[in-house]
Design a protein around this ligand. Structure first.
Ligand code: MP5
Length: 216
């Protein structure tokens, strides 16, 4: 029988393919990504990771006691990641101050916050798994196919490390446990959230590739 996380991935196969084939990842892989394009992603993703901290903290407040320590580690990992962003920003002359979240980044964060405040713990956990799994698969695609070191190597290595891979596996196993015995209605909601996050993730690459911005 298919596990719940496998079912989610199977249902999202079409959008997943589009994510992994996105030109942002292809150009990063072959080294031809314009600096400004990568830097646009970096600035937006810095905001995303910064705002992921309150998102995960809200989930921590709803988490079963036995998962609290995992959530503390996740928050700590996000904080370490922010330092990696700041270090690379400094090295590449990227200004991370006063970044205005683009329409996609803004909408994605709002969606996550809405789930964290108004959704169940299981719904929030599903969103977390979806976002992390996309990043793992996306950066693995880059790592597997790159022929030369990239100026952005630290980002590539960050989401393809053994530690990150183990964390994403843990999310999948834990999500399967959380889904066990849940009524069909709850599982349907989790499936909807998973697909929506995957769609936002696609749009996030698109946002960076097109330098998406507000009209004024
Ligand atoms: C992640 C991210 C991965 N940094 N940005 C987006 C748009 N989606 C997912 O999350 P984390 O917390 O950096 O591992």
């Amino acid at each position: 029988m298919q596990k719940f996380h496998q079912q989610l991935l199977a249902q999202s196969e079409a959008i997943w393919k589009k994510i992994l084939n996105h030109r942002f990842l292809k150009l990063t892989t072959d080294g031809s990504i314009p600096d400004d394009t990568f830097k646009a992603w970096m600035r937006q993703d810095y905001i995303f990771v910064r705002e992921a901290i309150p998102f995960v903290a809200l989930l921590l407040a709803k988490a079963p006691i036995q998962l609290r320590s995992n959530f503390i580690d996740i928050i700590s990992g996000l904080n370490t990641e922010l330092k990696m962003f700041r270090k690379n920003a400094e090295a590449h002359g990227v200004n991370l101050e006063h970044v205005i979240p683009s329409p996609t980044c803004h909408a994605y964060i709002q969606f996550l916050m809405n789930i964290a405040y108004n959704g169940s713990f299981e719904e929030g956990f599903t969103a977390l798994y979806a976002g992390e799994k996309v990043y793992f698969d996306s950066w693995m695609e880059v790592k597997r196919n790159q022929k030369n070191q990239s100026p952005w190597q630290e980002f590539i290595n960050n989401w393809t490390s053994e530690g990150f891979s183990g964390y994403v596996d843990w999310l999948a196993v834990t999500l399967d446990e959380l889904a066990q015995g849940k009524p069909e209605r709850d599982l349907k909601k989790m499936e909807e959230i998973f697909l929506l996050i995957a769609r936002y993730e696609y749009l996030f690459w698109e946002m960076a590739a097109t330098a998406e911005a507000w009209p004024v």
